[in-house]
Design a protein around this ligand. Structure first.
Ligand code: DP6
Length: 357
């Protein structure tokens, strides 16, 4: 029997960063992190399982066959190591569902030939991290493919938040930040588990200034171990935990100024870890510094019409400005006027990974 599933998962952007691991085989973080889930910047995964075929997982580097092409999807250019990491993860899901499914009255059905096709909605080589969205999508798609009763799976997925959290834990073992893409819009990842958190902020939009499209010289997985060699690592976990508490309070009360300050300090701290480790490195480009200098002024005296933007950078040179969706057009106008040479991506907050069919 041939079965096919299509799943889409958004990326997410952390304000308090997952940087440094407590256990790298399970991707348990050194500190908690807190992020906003995006909506349209996502990965689509199509999985076909032919239960009569011989056992095996194949990654096919072409667009999912039944995908809406109007949004110009691109096939991620995975190197061999990336393909192997994805295949290992599908096998991890296959093993994990044997003990997980019975807890929810589901039956696992392993074996057969698995074919995976994946596409991103963000432009190829845009410098936007895709490991969170791709591992979240592959986890849900392969769990569905290994389930004997997919209709019941969908019902439990809709009705039982614990089931979603358990799948997010499996996803985390493939790539840590992917566990935060299972919920939205605001998500706290503590220890093994990611859960949604309360926010009184209005709907938010992420504007991304694309400074470089080159792929990173140092992967985020490498950065997780390098930061431990920085003298600033001492006290890092306590500082991050303290910021988590402050950020939760600020989000719950909708205190935009406090959220912006916390995110700005945290971003500088993570990049300072990179800049001070034993063999220092940077993700910043000259344009990153040009924009950060300008933003410093904006953050100390924001335009009259708006509260300060929430500014952050991942392990890369691109700059995220999270602003109220109702003011996104004004911010875009200002950014285009100030930095006409820098392309801009835009996405709103979202609710996490979902099965399309
Ligand atoms: C800088 O989730 O990519 O984006 O678990 O090794 O796959 P692995 O790392 P990954 O790390 C993301 C790091 C970050 C910060 C964040 O998203 O919290």
């Amino acid at each position: 029997m041939l079965r096919k599933w299509i799943v889409s998962a958004p990326s997410n952007i952390a304000l308090i960063k997952y940087m440094g691991k407590e256990d790298s085989s399970l991707n348990l973080p050194a500190n908690s992190s807190l992020s906003m889930t995006l909506d349209q910047l996502c990965t689509w995964v199509e999985i076909e399982r032919n239960s009569f075929g011989s056992d095996g997982v194949l990654f096919i580097p072409e667009l999912p066959r039944e995908l809406d092409r109007s949004f110009n999807p691109t096939v991620p250019a995975l190197k061999e190591a990336g393909v192997q990491r994805m295949i290992r993860h599908v096998k991890r899901v296959q093993e994990s569902v044997h003990s997980l499914f019975p807890q929810y009255g589901l039956t696992a059905e392993a074996g057969g030939q698995i074919e995976i096709r994946t596409a991103n909605t963000f432009p190829a080589s845009s410098g936007i991290a895709s490991s969170a969205s791709s591992f979240a999508a592959v986890t849900l798609a392969s769990a569905l493919a290994f389930c004997k009763d997919p209709d019941l799976f969908q019902k439990i997925w809709q009705g039982n938040p614990e089931f979603k959290r358990d799948l997010a834990q499996i996803s985390r073992q493939g790539s840590g930040s992917s566990c935060r893409s299972f919920e939205g819009p605001w998500v706290l990842w503590e220890g093994a588990t990611a859960t949604p958190v309360k926010s009184a902020l209005p709907e938010m939009t992420d504007l991304v200034l694309l400074i470089s499209r080159d792929s990173k010289e140092i992967s985020s997985s490498e950065a997780h171990s390098l930061v431990r060699t920085s003298p600033l690592w001492e006290g890092r976990v306590a500082r991050a935990q303290e910021r988590i508490g402050a950020l939760r309070t600020a989000l719950a009360s909708g205190d935009r100024i406090a959220v912006s300050k916390i995110a700005w300090t945290e971003m500088w701290e993570m990049h300072s870890l990179f800049h001070t480790c034993e063999v220092p490195f940077t993700y910043w480009e000259p344009d990153t510094i040009r924009v950060l200098r300008w933003l410093r002024g904006i953050l100390t005296s924001a335009p009259e019409w708006a509260p300060p933007p929430i500014v952050t950078l991942d392990a890369g040179p691109n700059i995220h400005l999270i602003v109220e969706s109702s003011q996104a057009a004004e911010w875009k106008g200002l950014l285009k006027e100030k930095f006409p040479d820098l392309p801009l991506l835009e996405d709103t907050q979202g609710s996490g990974v979902k099965a399309v069919y």
